[in-house]
Design a protein around this ligand. Sequence first.
Ligand code: AP5
Length: 218
Amino acid sequence: MILILLGPPGAGKGTQAKELAARRGLVQLSTGDMLRAAVAAGTAVGLKARPIMEKGLLVPDEIVIGILAERIEQPDCRNGVILDGFPRTLAQASALDDVLTNKKLKLDAVIELKVDDEVLVERISGRFSCAECGAGYHDAFKPTKVKDVCDACQATKFIRRKDDAPETVRARLLVYYRETSPLIGYYYCKGNLHVVSGMGPIGEVAAAIESIVEGAKA
Ligand code: AP5
């Protein structure tokens, strides 16, 4: 099964992709996570991506397409993947079409998460994650059960993303509307698009996504 979660920064793509991957035995492929790992490791890709990501801009298509195409070939992706943060441009969408065609795979559903702009900024400004296992939290909406202790791995060190500073969030939002939102029309015309309100609580959004995935499977 191949799914795409589409939506602006802070819409809940990563949160939902993680839950859905765990429920369905799929692999979450987040190009943002892959690029952050490359930055942390100081690879050639990471060195190139770092200043671009810090400004909230898009990493060049050829880099991201290369990373994704290589990752989707790995054996753990055979059961299916959830693409989180990819594609983000029409060129990336077209490259994905080619990858799937070559592998004789079909795109099952594109799920657009719709969230009001002011809520996005609020969500991103309160976001933090476990420095050990990457579990995601929010100061107000998803705090750890025990203060400063990760629910998943009990680590006590947390991180906040550099590109979550309010001025960078606005730059990322602008990039989303300019570069990524045309994909909504692209997938609507291909007949793959499903729209979900991402405004409700995390569990409610997950239930709406689940019913789309169940329908796509049938
Ligand atoms: P990336 O890591 O993909 O970031 P993004 O798309 O900006 O998305 P976010 O991770 O900010 O948000 P999300 O939708 O996953 O929300 P989350 O679930 O965390 O990309 C980062 C950068 O990498 C890009 O700017 C670019 O430079 C580069 N990049 C990545 N992919 C690229 C590509 N394909 N091409 C080119 N460049 C690329 O939720 C946010 C917060 O809200 C969390 O705290 C969460 O707990 C909370 N929350 C979630 N859902 C709810 C809810 N329903 N109610 C209340 N709170 C909620």
